[in-house]
Design a protein around this ligand. Structure first.
Ligand code: PMT
Length: 401
């Protein structure tokens, strides 16, 4: 979002106060934000607050000229790289679709050629009203991006659809929409994530410390870069990233089945999942009762990635290695053994890398190139670096074929 010029336009929904946090979050991401309000919205949230948070005077009045040489609504419209209406009331949605431009909000949105994003929020009946739905559909067909409202308790005292989503969700949605590229268009990428669970009895399992954050970050970035993404995930507590086909699995064997069923149809597999090397030999159907001691016999699980490597044809295979010592050496052994095109070797003994943290670091290893060191960074940034390598690997594979 860094350097983007974003207009946040606030109409008179009771959730207008949430737009303050949207502005603040956009600025924290490096965007420059100017706020436009309808006169009615000023009864709900103060222009003074929006002015302070955005760092710019709020545009309210069509006839007050801030810039001496320019007509303000045109100046704003030309300045914008993106125009976001939050909240968008039924009234404002209707006016925009009808082509009415009678205040600062409706005039600037009509005058700008920037991409437009609406976050509708209103009473459930107003949202479901066929006129509102027709207007939203019409705007969609004109290229407007419309966020689905959330469900929940509404200010009018009922529970239903029409709630403005939380500011964090709005900014994530905007970022996903605005920062999309098409570098991976035409590429199908299967990503695995999370830690597999090996059942002992109906209530217990053997698991590991993977949160899924690394794999989900890769899936999310790949979708933003235009790839068709299949996310095969062991259980996590993370929300499903926008725009991915989501396949839920639990054990290593179920992950293997899900991956192998799709292997021929994908160009790239990235295995960030922490797959259990063992499973319980005799799974018990009823809950095991307390006893002084017990022994559980484990058998070896299939190595999913090694299996894929042994029958690789057109696919690019990227593995991960969770190591605690000799990171490069052990990682390189896995590149050879599993017939990989690339491996991300992370040192999981560090407190700011590996399992269940937001940052990671390590080495990119290849069968035929020197290792590339990756310093500590956010998992989303590391995901972008991995995908840039994938773009090169896909291009090289296309050259060879
Ligand atoms: O999920 P997070 O909390 O964000 O943590 C991220 C992570 C630490 C889980 C991730 O960065 C990571 O290192 N994933 C791989 C963990 C792992 O299983 O490493 P490994 O060295 O045991 O396995 C090597 C590769 O073979 C991995 O790509 C793994 O997915 C795959 N494998 C392993 C065992 C097995 N039976 N089948 C496999 O396919």
């Amino acid at each position: 979002m860094r350097g983007k010029h974003i207009i946040v336009a606030v109409s008179a929904g009771i959730a207008a106060y949430k737009a303050i946090e949207v502005v603040s979050r956009l600025r924290k991401k490096g965007a420059e934000v100017k706020v436009v309000m309808t006169q009615n919205a000023t009864h709900i949230a103060s222009p003074l607050t929006f002015g302070e948070i955005s760092g710019h005077p709020v545009a309210l009045d069509m006839f007050e000229q801030v810039h001496q040489w320019d007509v303000e609504h045109i100046a704003l419209a030309t300045w914008a790289d993106a125009y976001v209406v939050v909240p968008a009331t039924a009234n404002v949605i209707g006016k925009i679709y009808a082509g009415i431009a009678d205040d600062m909000l409706t005039t600037t949105i009509m005058a700008t050629t920037a991409p437009k994003y609406l976050c509708p929020a209103m009473n459930t009946e107003m949202y479901n009203n066929l006129i509102t739905q027709r207007n939203l559909e019409g705007l969609r067909s004109l290229g407007y991006h419309i966020m689905d409202p959330a469900e929940g308790w509404l200010a009018c005292g009922i529970t239903g659809v029409g709630r403005l989503p939380e500011p964090e969700a709005i900014v994530d949605w905007l970022e996903a929409k605005m920062c999309s590229t098409n570098e991976l268009e035409g590429t199908t990428i299967l990503v695995t994530a999370g830690g597999t669970q090996e059942s002992i009895d109906p209530v217990r399992y053997i698991g590991n410390r993977s949160s899924g954050k690394m794999g989900y970050a890769i899936a999310e970035q790949a979708a933003r870069m235009g790839a068709k993404v299949i996310l095969v995930s062991a259980p996590t507590s993370l929300p499903i990233p926008n725009g991915v086909d989501f396949i839920s699995v639990d054990s290593a064997v179920s992950m293997q089945e899900a991956v192998e069923a799709r292997y021929n149809d994908v160009n790239v597999v990235i295995m960030a999942a922490a797959v259990s090397d063992f499973r319980v030999l005799h799974k018990v159907e009823q809950k095991i009762k307390k006893m002084e001691s017990m022994t559980i016999e484990l058998v070896k699980n299939p190595d999913i990635l090694q299996g894929l490597g042994s029958k690789k044809s057109h696919q690019i295979l990227v593995g991960f290695a969770a190591e605690t010592e000799h990171v490069i050496k052990y990682g390189q052994d896995k590149v050879a053994k599993k017939n990989l095109d690339m491996l991300v070797a992370n040192d999981v003994s560090k407190s700011n890398a590996g399992f269940n943290v937001d940052t990671n670091e390590g080495y990119f290893l290849y069968p035929d190139k020197e290792p590339k060191e990756m310093p500590n960074m956010k998992k989303s940034d590391l995901a972008r670096h991995i995908l840039r390598e994938v773009i090169d690997l896909v291009a090289n594979r296309a050259d060879i074929n």
